[in-house]
Design a protein around this ligand. Structure first.
Ligand code: AMP
Length: 580
């Protein structure tokens, strides 16, 4: 009995099986490879899934659900007609269609699947995917990361076993970059980075904005329909440039006139400049986190619909000094990789088993106060994002008050500088003998295993007391109530802000750079942030002015050298005028 490999995508899903020594994509009931991940249930109770439902997305949006993959692992529900669905239930309907269509195409029953998920999916999201499979009548023992699947497909197609790859997955709404190292029978993801607001849609919008500016159309005079039409035209012309040198956009104007724009590759490249800048940052972050240099990357593999963008090969080619590789169709690479994985699972003799390792996609840490001037606890990093799993790290934390009787170790997840801005997963509280501040300490160990289980051990050696906490599902997502509460908290924080806009911007920029950096650079940025936050407690305008000037200099240096990872700031002892 065949095991079905499934790429369960946000926009489209695909199925693939291992057959005659190679992966073979399976066509759906319409004879197509791609099945849109869309579900519609009309008032009469008629259920449609796939291409038909995608049409109904426009005609009956209130009865149709799409892009529910983004909500896997959360509490969100979708109401279609009179029924309410969870994201795993909707995914199950897509999986069930893939299963039935595959059974018809293969002429045999299918009861087991291997499914791919984004590398950044946490345990909750993976469990939700398994639940969806279960609801669709599919046993799923193996979940594979999408970049690992793409790397598997590349290995089989190229015959190259040892390579350091960048999997560049550029879709409609997101960019996911992974550094994947392949050697012998191991596929190891060594770093992931992404931007979930950078996709093909942003290019369509940039083209539409330029169209309006070029024709002197104020953005706000277009009706919703005209805007939608303009965006569709922009997308069509963008895609057409993949095979023709130019394409023309035409929009009806007032009194029978028309607005026009001729789109060329040069113009498209110009309109993509800002997006390319952001792409460069994501790439730089992934490469830096992987510990490799740009020259050590053997190939950039293109994945996802937007990687067909006509001007992308030139941009990536000039960045890496070699053109990126597109294996057949970038929409099907992940599915083919999952098909290979299904073959491995079937223990087909012609492919040997592969060991796939994973990384922790987020930073884990605890909160500390280590500065008299800034009493707001900040994040002390224990496990840096993109650490290869399993991993274990220890550190000591000391009492900060005389006669302190308890030490509380918060368990936090996130990339923000201040503890309160990260997600709290739990805490461990331990009693210590009352003594002067800084005398007593606890040894704290964070261990994160391959199954996404985080164990935190806290030990006070003077009393030999030890406590352990397990956090099984470190979730990146908040429930709706938690989200509401967070939003209200944020609104309250905003009202409390007394600093000038410039000071807010300096702080926010530094916090962003802190979130983007790792290792010693992150530590250095943390020091600068703490020093500046301390300066903001000061009421003297001249001292604040000097601190602002200093902070601006630090940020300028940082923006320049962030990519090299070298930054060694000198923290001033005071903000008094010393003639600088
Ligand atoms: P995906 O989410 O991977 O299905 O990607 C969908 C995105 O790919 C949409 O934004 C499309 O506009 C984009 N796309 C598809 N074909 C092309 C093409 N030839 N050139 C540029 N973008 C494309």
């Amino acid at each position: 009995m065949a095991i079905l490999g499934i790429d369960l995508g946000t926009t489209n899903s695909l199925a693939c099986v291992w057959k005659d020594g190679r992966p073979e994509l399976v066509k759906n009931s319409l004879g197509e490879l791609l099945t849109p991940s869309v579900v519609c249930l009309d008032e009469e109770g008629n259920l449609t899934v796939g291409a038909v439902a995608r049409e109904q997305l426009i005609t009956a949006p209130e009865n149709t659900a799409a892009a529910f993959k983004r909500w896997m692992g959360t509490q969100k529900t979708f109401t279609l007609g009179e029924k309410t669905f969870t994201p795993p239930e909707l995914s199950a309907l897509v999986l069930e269609k893939l299963r039935r269509d595959a059974e018809a195409a293969l002429g045999e029953e299918v009861t087991e699947a291997v499914i791919s998920v984004p590398a950044y999916f946490n345990d909750n999201q993976r469990s939700a995917t398994k639940l969806a499979a279960q609801l669709a009548g599919l046993k799923t023992e193996r979940i594979i990361n999408e970049p690992s699947a793409a790397a598997l497909a590349y290995r089989l197609a190229s015959g190259e076993e040892d390579a350091c790859l960048i999997i560049f997955d550029f879709g409609g709404g997101t960019l996911d970059v992974s550094v994947v190292e392949c050697f012998e029978n191991v596929i190891e993801i060594t770093a992931i980075a992404g931007d979930n607001r950078l996709g093909g849609n942003d290019i369509d919008e940039a083209i539409a904005r330029y169209f309006c500016a070029y024709n002197g159309i104020p953005q706000n005079v277009l009706s919703a329909e005209q805007q939608a039409m303009l965006l569709r035209q922009a997308e069509r012309c963008k895609c057409a440039l993949s095979w023709s040198a130019m394409s023309v956009m035409v929009l009806p104007g007032p009194d029978g006139t028309t607005y026009n724009l001729t789109l060329t590759r040069d113009l498209l490249a110009k309109l993509c400049e800002e997006l390319f800048g952001r792409m460069k940052k994501v790439l730089a972050r992934a490469i830096r986190d992987s510990g490799r240099g740009i020259g050590e990357i053997d190939h950039v593999i293109l994945v996802g619909g937007s990687s067909k963008l006509a001007v992308l090969p030139d941009f990536l080619g000039s960045l890496f000094g070699k053109p990126p590789l597109m294996l057949d169709d970038p929409d099907t690479i992940v599915a083919r990789g999952v098909g290979i994985c299904a073959g491995i699972k079937e223990r087909k003799g012609e492919i040997r088993d592969i060991v796939m390792t994973d990384v922790c996609p987020f930073t884990l840490g605890t909160s500390v106060v280590d500065n008299d001037k800034d009493q707001n606890p900040h994040m002390a990093v224990m496990i840096e994002r993109n650490s290869v799993l399993p991993i274990s790290r220890s550190d000591r934390f000391y009492t900060t008050r005389d006669n302190q009787e308890k030490i509380r170790v918060d368990i936090l997840q996130g990339e923000e500088y201040y503890a309160k801005d990260n997600l709290k997963l739990g805490e461990v509280v331990i009693t210590v003998p009352p003594e002067p501040a800084g005398k007593q300490w606890v040894k704290t160990t964070f261990t994160y295993d391959i199954n996404g289980v985080l164990q935190v051990d806290v030990e006070n050696t003077s009393t030999a007391r030890k406590k352990t906490a397990y956090v099984v599902n470190p979730s990146l997502h908040l429930s709706e109530e938690e989200l509401e509460r967070k939003l209200q908290e944020l609104a309250a924080i905003r009202r409390e802000l007394t600093q000038s806009e410039e000071e807010q911007l300096l702080l926010a920029t530094a916090e962003r750079i802190f979130a983007e950096s790792t290792g010693r650079l992150r530590e250095a940025v943390g020091k600068v942030l703490t020093a500046y936050r301390g300066a903001l407690e000061d009421q003297s305008p001249s001292r604040r002015h000097r601190a602002r000037k200093w902070m601006k200099e630090q940020l300028d240096t940082l923006e320049k050298y962030q990519d090299s990872g070298v930054f060694d700031p000198e923290i001033p002892d005071s903000w008094e005028d010393d003639g600088r």
